[in-house]
Design a binder for this molecule. Structure first.
Ligand SMILES: [Cu+2]
Length: 333
């Protein structure tokens, strides 16, 4: 109800419903519930305070009740003392109750567990998310970037680390914020109750392009997830035409291979996102651009214009090499 009210206000203001208040998982649901409790308690307190204030202001229009007059009225004085004591006690009770509600919700957030759960390791980099699906067999592990697929209705363990500075993972429809700290492993559990693509954002200022450090959590059925994971486990497809083959040569002989991995080729660097299945992602550069050939070309030619300060240099390529490279990268489904 309160979420609806606020959504309505924001919709009228043209901002849309805030994602944190349309939960898609049990933990975001708890947080939204806590928010509603705080919201309605604050509304009641505010209304009561304003009502008493108005009452006092209106009363003051009447002949002033001076202190000596008050002293002459022991009954009135006792009434006042009782009133102030009751209000103080009520305030203390409300504050303690809200504190208790916060503690209960915090404990509930930590209660999600599942044996042998899917484990996803996320590393925060300036300014993108490296994602690795853990598997006891190293060759079965899968690496991707900025887009995390999870099966609906299953608790997923997310392990967090950072390589450079502190980042914070925040996917409002699923969970509260959790920091990624260099040299200190943290983790959280997430669960999506319904399918969908849920947007997230780095929530800890981490440098110049902090605002362009978004991610997407895609919740899908177990079957669709398994199919996706199986596709990710495959090496990059061999280029089938001359244009794409030339593009692969441009990639492997140019600077790209110093920083990127394409599994199935000699390119195995990890300074930038894994590009093995780049064409299967919906966005580029951590949610900065839609993944279309035009935007990809713009990114490769001049990433510094799109994301100033980004740790990928602008790379001069002639038109034919660029077209070949686009054909090759576009084939990496
Ligand atoms: Cu960050």
């Amino acid at each position: 109800m309160s979420a609806m009210l606020l959504s309505l206000v924001l919709l009228l203001a043209g901002c849309g419903a805030p994602a944190a208040l349309s939960p898609a998982g049990p933990q975001a649901g708890q947080i939204a519930g806590l928010w509603a409790v705080f919201f309605w308690v604050s509304v009641v307190v505010e209304v009561a305070v304003v009502a008493f204030l108005l009452y006092a202001v209106l009363r003051a229009r009447r002949p002033v009740l001076t202190l000596p007059a008050l002293a002459a009225e022991p009954l009135a004085e006792r009434r006042l003392t009782r009133g102030v004591s009751a209000a103080t006690a009520l305030t203390a009770i409300v504050v303690v109750a809200l504190l208790a509600a916060s503690i209960l919700v915090t404990r509930a957030l930590g209660a999600l567990h599942a044996p042998q759960a899917l484990t996803v390791e996320i590393a925060g980099h300036q300014w993108w998310w490296e994602v690795e699906y853990w598997d006891p067999v190293p060759s079965q592990r899968v690496r991707t970037a900025n887009e995390i697929h999870v099966p609906v209705g299953e608790a997923v363990l997310v392990k967090l680390r950072a390589s450079d500075v502190i980042h914070s993972l925040w996917v409002p429809p699923l969970h509260g914020k959790k920091d990624l700290i260099p040299g200190h492993a943290t983790s959280l559990w997430i669960k999506a109750d319904r399918p969908g693509a849920f947007g997230g954002q780095c929530a800890e200022f981490c440098g110049y392009q902090h605002a362009h450090m978004r991610l997407l959590v895609i919740a899908e059925s177990r079957g669709a997830f398994d199919a996706w994971l199986a596709r990710q486990r495959r090496p990059a497809p061999e280029p089938t035409d001359a244009q794409a083959r030339r593009g692969r040569d441009v990639f492997l002989t140019g600077p790209c291979a110093i920083c990127h991995t394409i599994v199935g080729t000699p390119a195995a660097a990890r300074l930038g996102p894994d590009l093995t299945h780049l064409a299967g992602r919906t966005t580029l550069a951590a949610g900065t651009l839609p993944n279309t050939p035009g935007h990809l070309a713009g990114w490769i030619i001049d990433p510094q214009r799109i994301k100033p300060g980004v740790h990928m240099p602008s790379i001069g390529l002639d038109g034919a090499d660029l077209q070949a490279l686009l054909a090759y990268l576009g084939s990496l489904k």
